[in-house]
Design a protein around this ligand. Sequence first.
Ligand code: GLV
Ligand code: GLV
Length: 306
Amino acid sequence: SSRYGTACKVSLWDSDEPIPRTDLLQGVSGAHGILCLLSDRIDAEVINAAGPNLKVISTLSVGFDHLAVGEIKKRGVRVGYTPDVLTDATAELTVALLLATARRIPEGVEEVKNGGWSSWKPLWLCGYGLSGSTVGVIGLGRIGLAIARRLKPFGVKRLLYSGRTSKPQAAEVDGEFASLDRLVSESDFVVVSCSLTPETQGLCDKALFSKMKKTAVFVNTSRGAVVNQEDLHEALSSGRIAAAGLDVTTPEPLPTDHPLLKLKNCVILPHIGSATYSTRGIMAELCANNLLAGLTGSAMPSELAL
Ligand code: GLV
Ligand code: GLV
């Protein structure tokens, strides 16, 4: 549909379902700005379809692996995104997923429903606790640090983190900079919170899982492609690691017959890290303001440095 606001003419895909590719390519033609979701792949084809008017792309996400940033930069197009405003919600969800996975909550809920709960048994549905544990955070950025802050009060003994460089803000959580190898071999909980880049694509693979403790719980709330899912499936089904909690997968949605969904020790959520009413509202506003600033050539509230 097409509407006229005071600031610009808006051509809107007015549906919760992803816009079909052909509609996207037609819809962006001649546009000065594009407001997109993380499920929209904005590549050279889309940018070409938009044409020379295009000044700004504003995404309703902190992640930007769906944007062809090299191509975008080359054309002098600016990019807005939504960091910070979703940090708390995503960190909360990560803690919830970690606890649900480690304490086998979905499995327990299922047993109550299916009659598997016959009596209180000493070792039934036992899992792993945070108290006295070592947590390793892969990627101590805004969200990684917020996760660490929330996990510490559970009695975490040591907090390791890995990444390109050590970070002064890690002091706040007594975080110790470690090599990825050391982090995965010493951690009881391995939490992935890095962004997806060529460097981190497929980072969590067979070699990495083989270095983890057999009792390790693996959690990923960043992007599915950071993990080699076949290798993860092998690690989970062979008992190489204890359990995994994923809020992100490849592809999304994950087909309902996917092998990972058959494993009791794998908890999968449908990419809901930032999904609180309040956070999504604030993200939407920020995303619109980024777009408007891009259209008028003024300073964006949150511009991605390309
Ligand atoms: C969510 O995954 C985001 O990138 O905002
Ligand atoms: C558990 O419910 C206990 O009383 O130990």
